[in-house]
Design a protein around this ligand. Sequence first.
Ligand code: AHR
Length: 512
Amino acid sequence: MKFPVLILILLSTALAMPATESASLVLRADQSGPVIHRNLYGHFAEHLGRCIYGGIWVGPDSPIPNTRGIRNDVIAALRAIKVPVLRWPGGCFADEYHWKDGIGPREKRPSMINTHWGGVVENNHFGTHEFMDLCELIGAEPYICGNVGSGTVQEMMEWVEYLTSDAQSPMANLRRANGRDLPWKVKYFGVGNESWGCGGNMRPEYYADEYRRYATFTKNYPGNQLYRIACGANSDDYNWTEVLMQQVGQRMNGLSLHYYTLPTGDWPKKGAATGFPEAEWFSTLKQTLRMEELLARHIAIMDRHDPAKKVGLIVDEWGTWYDPTPGTNPGFLEQQNSLRDAIVAAINFHLFHRHADRIHMTNIAQTINVLQAMVLTDGPRLVLTPSYHVFEMFTVHHDATALPVTLTTPDYAFGEGKVPAVSASASRDAAGKVHVSLANAHPHAAITVACTVTGHRAAKVTGRVLTAAAMDAHNTFAAPETVKPATFTGATLTGDQLTVTLPAKSVVVLEL
Ligand code: AHR
């Protein structure tokens, strides 16, 4: 009796473990899509847990090597991925932040309680000047989020004046007294954050009026033109987008969207960052692919009100959100980052590229030590995450022209469900080089992609791959290079035919 049962088990296991599968891709290098603005690779750093304090700011007297208080290792890491734009100071924190508490001599700055994130004392040592210094050091444009929830119109108006006015005016003179003579250039300015939730629990009609009032007083001082971003929808709240487009329209330059990928889709029990079962690898993919529908439906509403596509969609918070690392302050939102996060990042970038004519910016949450981080730190130590490596590999797409791709992919099936196994995107850079990025989300099957390339005669193909043996492979301070890019040898070129064998659970970037 035992023998046939064993055969049955072996047979069903063999059926569940596919060998190499096949996909096909047509890359139209003779056609041009929209430019993939580098800001689609933007970041977000909030006063939350160890993102700013410890992660970025250690203070000028720290034994950790720093430049005016900002960690040198973090500066180098962020420069290497060409962070184009950095959103700050929140998040929920933005709507309780009073910028005047964060200027002047640091020892005289008042403290506050960070009520949203762990109830810890915020000493305001990292404020406007420190943030603008960080942006200059890493070569990023600032994206400042103003306080609508608990701040006044005057306060927001004066922050813009302090930052960008060169007049002999009270705020510009205060900035000069604090050591900065010339005004900064600040383009991106957010008028509140999640005003439907932590930013004030407003209804869209009410927020639309608040936006109009606050935005009126954010002035364009000579030499500085603001790009004003209104608080947008929480994931599938399409009514929010409808109301904002109708009642604010082109008084805003950008409208935001927040969507987080939770493995279970359930906030109280989101799922673990590592040590998860395949069911949660699969459900994470499923959840992250919801972004496809969210983008399509929000953009359809925007298109209806703004067919000329003047207002940008700004996905200024996205990424994975897991249960916090055991033993850490749950309010600090610390989580490990694995190969699964790398696949999530690649899939989302492919979606963002597809809508690059409407999406002006996205900001991964968050840069250091929080949620889907690029970098983890522990005192003087620093480790780069798998997500970091995807951001680095995809820098080839920054400001490149998207090329249309038509992909036919097998599914990755799990239980009753299935998702497309492969996702892909291509672009041509200013030097004429074509780059193709591919992600294989299937955790077991290698997939051979037969690519037809039209309109580009490539002499050779080179590439890099990010993969590892385990679904939750990740980098630690003890083993910082478990997941890192390697030379890819799985692509061959014959005439206009490119054949690429993607390992299971991998991200590949090719140069033609
Ligand atoms: O990124 C963490 C938090 O998520 C942000 O503060 C808030 O805007 C969102 O709910």
